[in-house]
Design a protein around this ligand. Structure first.
Ligand SMILES: [Zn+2]
Length: 432
């Protein structure tokens, strides 16, 4: 009997500790219960593709395992976690693009390709560790298969075109490793493409940059225009025969930020059949948040510098002190409904078929008010429903628009791949 009591106790402890690890989905404030239930139903049924998630970086740097709870935890740099397997379940995400993010600093230090390899390997290893929850994916058909198997389809996109180290053979190898999009720049201009907020060096895309785009079309790797200059966006649209994406950017018509896409480009993306996947970072979503965040950073710089000096040997203590200081200096944080303002705008300017979601989970220091992590994605569905979007239009935004663009890029690749010319196919191009 005593034995039985102990084992019951252990079982209950286990169940409660498990419950304690997960965050419940946040319900919208003053939610209409019937509408919320309807939103959840639509959300669960939909194929949901998220264009950008930076979780691979802590998987490599902090040995983070998706199987452990990330709720209430922070990256080494102090930013909060938004992703883990339990949170994936609640998010309803079917296809997630794991970001193979390579820092622009590698342009000086070298090691870009090695870094990309480490991130790709870490992503595969997670799918191997958790085969019941994750599957490695490379095609639109894979995403639909994952939905049927109730798994998350782990796709990969390179962020920072310099990861190919100016080599088309490296680009092809990355494709063979499963990479299905490449963001041509990150925040710095490099040898063949200009970044959104840096000195232009190539008047957009250089001749080699155009060759990269053509080769991506031929392979079936999506060209991603997040982070690039407007001239690069335009050059890409001139060259690309396949649909393009912005994996994590909003609309400048709502917030005139260099990370967002201007209206004339939105119209051209509609003609191209591409999709703009909205970034959830409040400073990209909203001008007021952006201004207040920048002002606060300037104002607190002396204090933050002093803390950096004080805790130069203790990153954890610095992060904690920084968090405390920021909490004492709160700013306006745009609510999650602002995401839908961007969706509305793109719907108006380009059409409902050309907008999607690209959260930037685990790549941003904070999320919109009301949203704690990926588990709260259904809030976006609820807000679209509340604004009168049809179920069909909601599923388009959540994933079907991306699926359309991806499938079309695969089709273009089948056609283009017959046209191998051999031009520059094996030589490594050193531009400097
Ligand atoms: Zn980014």
């Amino acid at each position: 009997m005593k034995q039985k009591l102990i084992s019951t106790f252990l079982l209950l402890t286990f169940i409660f500790s498990f419950l304690g690890q997960t965050t419940a989905q946040t319900m919208p404030k003053d939610a209409d219960q019937a509408l919320w239930q309807k939103a959840l139903k639509i959300h669960r049924k939909a194929i949901i593709v998220d264009g950008h998630n930076d979780i691979p970086s802590p998987m490599v740097d902090d040995d983070f395992d998706l199987g452990t709870s990330s709720v209430g935890k922070f990256h080494k740099d102090g930013d909060p976690f938004h992703t883990d397997l339990a949170r994936f379940k609640q998010s309803g995400i079917t296809g997630e693009f794991f970001s193979i993010y390579v820092s622009g600093a590698t342009l000086k230090t070298g090691g870009a390709m090695r870094r990309a390899m480490d991130l790709i390997d870490a992503t595969y290893r997670e799918t191997e560790k958790h085969p019941n929850e994750l599957m490695p994916c490379t095609t639109a058909a894979d995403i639909r298969r994952a939905k049927k198997q109730n798994k998350v389809c782990a796709l990969m996109g390179i962020e920072g075109g310099y990861a190919i180290e100016n080599s088309l053979s490296a680009l092809r190898e990355f494709y063979r490793l499963g990479v299905r999009y490449m963001t041509l720049t990150h925040n710095v201009t490099h040898d063949w493409a200009d970044a959104h907020h840096d000195e232009p060096k190539n008047n957009g895309l250089s001749d080699f940059g155009k060759e990269v785009v053509r080769e991506m079309n031929r392979l079936g790797m999506l060209v991603d225009i997040s982070h690039v200059s407007v001239k690069v966006m335009s050059d890409v649209l001139d060259v690309s025969t396949a649909p393009i994406i912005a994996s994590h950017s909003g609309a400048r018509g709502v917030n005139d930020h260099t990370r967002n896409v201007p209206d004339d480009i939105l119209k051209r993306v509609a003609k191209n059949g591409g999709v703009i996947m909205i970034n959830f970072y409040p400073s990209f979503l909203d001008a007021r948040t952006n201004t207040e965040e920048n002002d606060r950073a300037k104002r607190l710089k002396p204090q933050l510098d002093a803390l950096k000096e004080q805790y130069k040997d203790n990153q954890g203590a610095y992060n904690e002190a920084e968090r405390k200081l920021l909490a004492e200096n709160l700013i306006y944080i745009a609510p999650y409904t602002r995401i839908v303002d961007h969706i509305d705008h793109i719907k108006q300017v380009a059409g409902i078929d050309y907008v999607g979601i690209g959260s930037d989970f685990d790549g941003v220091p904070f999320l919109p008010a009301g949203m704690n992590g990926m588990e709260d994605l259904a809030l976006v569905t609820y807000e679209m429903l509340r604004r009168g979007y049809s179920e069909k239009d909601i599923s388009k935004v959540l994933g079907e628009n991306f699926m359309q663009a991806f499938a079309q890029a695969e089709k273009v690749a089948r056609i283009e791949s017959r046209k191998i010319s051999g031009d520059g196919s094996l030589k490594r191009i050193n531009l400097k």
